[in-house]
Each structure stands twice: as C-alpha cells, then as structure tokens.
Design a protein around this ligand. Structure first.
Ligand code: SF4
Length: 381
C-alpha cells in the first residue's frame, strides 16, 4: 500500500522534494493545496508543473473520504458517515457551538473524529465495540475527516450561492479547491475507537492538524479522550504539545467501572489516577471526566461521592452525558430529574460539572451507532 500524501509532515515532504531536485517553494505550494484549499485530487493543483504532479501521483496515494450518509439534527449537529478507500466505514460528528462540552460558549465548530474502525475495548454500553476492532486509521484518514467535512460544508455554501443568485461566481472546479477560512476550530478525539491504542498515527495526524502549514488548529483546542490507557497517558504527558485530556470515566469506583468497561481490569482506577496526576503536573491543565449516566448502573447519588473525590484530587471538571440508547443493548438513560439531581449533588460538593442537554440524540449520535446500523443494513440493500 502506498503512503497517502496527507500522512506526511512538511519535513518529510521537503526531504522527498530535495531528493527529486525540486525547489523547496513547491512544498509550500503543495501544502497550500492540501490544507488551505482542501484540494481533492492532483489535477486541481494547477500551479504545480505537470511532471511534478505525475511524480507525486506515481509515488503517493491521494484518498479522500467518500460521504455515504449525512444526518442533521434539529439543533444542526451533523453526523457524517464516511467510506474509506478499502470500503470500511467511520463516523465524524460536527457540533456547532456546544457550550456544555468544554466550558466556553461561542460560535465555534467542534468536530468529533474517529481513530479506528471498530474498537477492541468493548465498553458494554458502546455501539463502536459491538462488532470488534477492524483496523487503525492511518494519519491521513484522521486528518481527512476535518478536510472532508469542510469540503462538504463549502459545497453546500456554493449550492446556496448558486441558488440565490444565478450570476454568482462559478465555483465548479473539482471540489472548488478555493482558499477559505478554517471552519473547524476545535477537535475532540472521541469518535469511534480508542485513540491512545492508535498512538503513533493519532499523534502524527494531530501534529499535521496543529501545524501552521497544515490545519493550524491550536493544540489547546484539541482534546484527546481515552477510556483509561494509563501507560499511554504517561507517554502523552511527555509530548511537547499541550493537548487537552479527557477521561471517559463513567464510573468512580473499580466495581462500577469494571462492570461496564473491561479496560478497568487491566488499568484499575489507582493506576489511571496516578497517570492522570502525572499528566496534570506536567501540563498544568485541567482534566475533563466524561461520565455517561446510565440508569441503575452509575446514576445513584451515592456515586457522586467517589466521583467528587476523584475530580477534586485531579482538578477535573465533569461532563455528565445522559446515555443515548443503542439498539441491541440493555442500558437505559435515566430520567431528567435523576440527571439534574446527580448534577446538583456534584455541585454541592464544589465540583465543576455540566450536564449535556443532548445534541444529536435524534441522529444515532451515540458513538459508532450510525456505522453499525449502516453496515448491518448494507448487505440487505
Ligand atoms: S467507549 Fe470508546 S473505548 Fe469504549 S468501546 Fe466505545 S469506542 Fe471503544
């Protein structure tokens, strides 16, 4: 399999161009086509000489994600189901201005991206793990989720412009490849897969999305979420980039966590807490605990005590997320009153906490749900 062009850093491209005796400014031009103009094929890169384009075409692949389905909720949360070059399916979710997520309220766009096809970690409440793990995403497949969503939004805007004004500028170059400001300014790595189980590819992708020559998205605007891979959290703590860390906690005692998250048997809370402390000390940043409220499992007021103790110890804020029912799984979402009571109990113990008044509940927004449903329906079509 040839390497995709979007899996390479500027330094790697520079070395390649040097070996071809191509001037360094050609790398800048190429990067502009890839990340500022979001070109979707080699032919769009009109200021690169044809022989160079041919050399690139013969050396690297250039895959773009193919949109299979797009679902939009009433509150404009949009879910994208993509087909990869080998036919595998992954999801990304675009969440415009979600103040409940990471604190600030603004008009920003957050994209939740996937890092694996399926997941090996088998959390009992999650649709992504239901059919097991298929493979890791490559760096370009992670980066492409941002570019592909932006391309899709640009195409929508173009269609709107054409419909509005018949003498509007013609924008029908391949995928337009126009320079446009970045739509996505926040990334949460919280889609399908356990991000830290695909460490190398994830880190490379995030470096590309963060670099000024690439996505230009600040490291502090990128949140990596993990189910609790303690050794990789320690490794991440030693990275120079200041990514935010979120822990998918979902239980504040080993008994509750081990019941719904098998990863806890390998890395119990004591080990996870120590790794988080190291991250906290090295980065000096507040952590986030994701806590899906599941009726009768982790939503009793009693549970707020160990949760509050852990949050205080690690200077973490808690995002409470009422469970999104997944077809074929027995778990239920608690009632609104129970969720509000859980939030108030945490606040009473002086823990910063938010309750997500769910966006996307009507679009199969639980992680992995749309992919699973589509994959199961496809053979029947
Ligand atoms: S919650 Fe995350 S780690 Fe757990 S099975 Fe789902 S995708 Fe994997």
């Amino acid at each position: 399999m040839t390497t995709d062009i979007k899996s390479l850093t500027r330094e790697e491209l520079k070395a390649q161009f040097k070996s071809w005796n191509e001037p360094a400014y050609r790398v800048t031009q190429l990067l502009e086509w890839l990340y500022a103009r979001r070109a979707a094929n080699w032919d769009a890169m009109t200021n690169l000489p044809k022989p160079l384009r041919e050399k690139l075409r013969g050396t690297f692949s250039f895959n773009c994600l193919q949109l299979v389905l797009k679902q939009g909720a009433h509150d404009t949360t949009q879910k994208f189901l993509w087909k990869l070059a080998d036919g595998a399916l992954v999801e990304s979710v675009l969440i415009p201005a979600n103040p409940a997520l990471y604190g600030e309220s603004s008009d920003r766009h957050t994209l939740c991206i996937s890092t694996q096809v399926g997941c090996a970690y088998g959390c009992k409440f999650c649709a992504s793990g239901l059919d097991g793990w298929k493979r890791n995403l490559t760096p370009d497949e992670i980066v492409e989720q941002v570019l592909a969503v932006e391309r899709a939004q640009m195409r929508n805007a173009e269609c709107g412009m054409r419909n509005e004004k018949s003498d509007a500028p013609k924008l029908d170059t391949p995928h337009s490849a126009l320079r446009a400001p970045r739509l996505i300014d926040n990334i949460v790595v919280m889609g399908m897969g356990e991000p830290l189980a695909n460490y190398e590819n994830l880190l490379k992708a995030l470096k590309i999305l963060n670099a000024p020559w690439g996505g230009g998205i600040g490291a502090r605007k990128i949140t990596i979420s993990t189910s609790g891979l303690a050794p990789q959290i320690r490794r991440l703590a030693a990275e120079p980039l200041q990514f935010r860390l979120a822990i998918s906690l979902h239980g504040a005692t080993d008994a509750v966590r081990s019941r719904i998250m098998p990863v806890n048997r390998k890395h119990p809370l004591k080990e996870l807490t120590a790794a988080c402390e190291q991250y906290q000390i090295q980065k000096g940043r507040m952590l986030t605990f994701e806590y899906i409220l599941i009726a009768g499992v982790n939503d009793s007021i009693e549970q707020t005590k160990p949760l509050a103790a852990l949050a205080k110890k690690l200077f973490a804020k808690v995002n409470l997320i009422p469970y999104n029912t997944v077809e074929g799984l027995p778990w239920k979402r608690p009632g609104e009153t129970a969720c509000e009571a859980f939030l108030r109990a945490l606040e009473k113990q002086k823990v910063p906490a938010t309750l997500r008044r769910e966006k996307g509940g009507d679009i199969d927004a639980a992680c992995g749900q749309l992919r699973l449903k589509t994959e199961r329906e496809l053979p029947a079509r």
